[in-house]
Design a protein around this ligand. Structure first.
Ligand SMILES: NC(=O)c1ccc[n+]([C@@H]2O[C@H](COP(=O)([O-])OP(=O)(O)OC[C@H]3O[C@@H](n4cnc5c(N)ncnc54)[C@H](OP(=O)(O)O)[C@@H]3O)[C@@H](O)[C@H]2O)c1
Length: 276
């Protein structure tokens, strides 16, 4: 698996595996099958309530710990410096690990006004070795600037909603300027995937691949790190099999042009949507 080098010199695979809403024994089976298929990064969160399953899938896979990147996210109810550190410690306990590779602030929850303190907590968690790389999720350019100004520490990644119907051109440009890697959540577009749009279906036909593979290839050529979720082993494998073809500039432009201002999957504008 190819990797991206982050602004802290650590690396992440260019594609990760999304684990929401995989839970229980079926969840462990799906995550273990993803690791067998070749995924080397599992994207979890306290609020997915599947951190035990993530740790268990890693153990069942038999893969060396150093070969798999494990990511989690601090929930809104754990905002604040000390609570964020305690949240990462609790995640490690549940996962049965001594460190995670990536910890993110899940949502900024601006009405609470505590994302700066939470970021200070993640910086400290990294200093204490609980986590290797730290980042955020669902942050706007303004919130990014605030936490950078307060600490001098630039997040390694910002995980945001990004798919053909919401290609996030402004946020990608902001990330490029700051040296932040864009991670894409709902990278296929979930229930509103653009599989049948001519820009996607046409490219799939010309490259003899599936529409989902076209969308994931588009993600990679944008320089993003997509986190596709699938409970189906066949789809898990297909979603990794995107390195044998290349979209043309015209195909890339046509897919990006599917974007709409109201293209979000739900009303997930981080300035107003909050999750605890
Ligand atoms: N940071 C955040 O706030 C946030 C928010 C949402 C999601 N996330 C992360 O992003 C990950 C992925 O997001 P998501 O699950 O919402 O969306 P997604 O990965 O875009 O779509 C997943 C859906 O697509 C189906 N699918 C997967 N591969 C397919 C293929 N090759 N062909 C056709 N259908 C396919 C899956 O079904 P099957 O499972 O049945 O194959 C599932 O229903 C989550 O698991 C989570 O880790 C983060």
């Amino acid at each position: 698996m190819e990797t991206y080098t982050l602004n802290d010199a650590h690396t992440l695979p260019v594609i990760g595996f999304g684990t929401y809403p995989l839970r229980g024994e079926a969840g462990i089976v799906a995550m273990t099958s993803a690791l067998e298929a070749g995924y080397r990064m599992l994207d979890s969160a306290v609020n997915y309530r599947n951190e035990y399953e993530v740790g268990e899938a890693l153990r069942r896979s038999g893969l060396p710990r150093a070969e798999v990147r494990i990511a989690t996210k601090v929930p809104g109810r754990d905002h604040g410096r000390a609570k964020a550190i305690a949240s990462v410690e609790a995640s490690l306990e549940v996962m049965g690990l001594d460190h995670v590779d990536l910890a993110l602030i899940h949502w900024p929850n601006p009405s609470r006004g505590r994302y700066v303190d939470t970021w200070v907590g993640l910086v400290e968690a990294r200093e204490r070795g609980l986590v290797t790389s730290i980042g955020v999720s669902n942050f706007t350019a303004e919130y990014l600037q605030e936490i950078i100004d307060a600490t001098g520490v630039v997040p390694a990644v910002n995980q945001i909603e990004l798919h053909p119907r919401f290609p996030q051109e402004e946020m990608r440009a902001a990330h490029a300027e700051l040296g932040i890697r864009t991670e894409s959540w709902s990278p296929l577009g979930k229930r509103n995937a653009a599989y049948e749009e001519p820009a996607v279906a046409g490219a799939a036909a010309s490259h003899d691949v599936t529409p989902a593979q076209v969308i994931l290839r588009w993600q990679l050529q944008l320089g993003c790190l997509p986190l596709p979720k699938s409970a189906t082993p066949e789809r898990q494998r297909a979603n990794l099999d995107v390195f044998g073809f290349e979209l043309t500039q015209a195909e890339m432009t046509a897919i990006t042009a599917l974007g709409r201002p109201d293209g979000r999957l739900f009303d997930g504008d981080p300035r107003t949507h909050e999750e605890m």
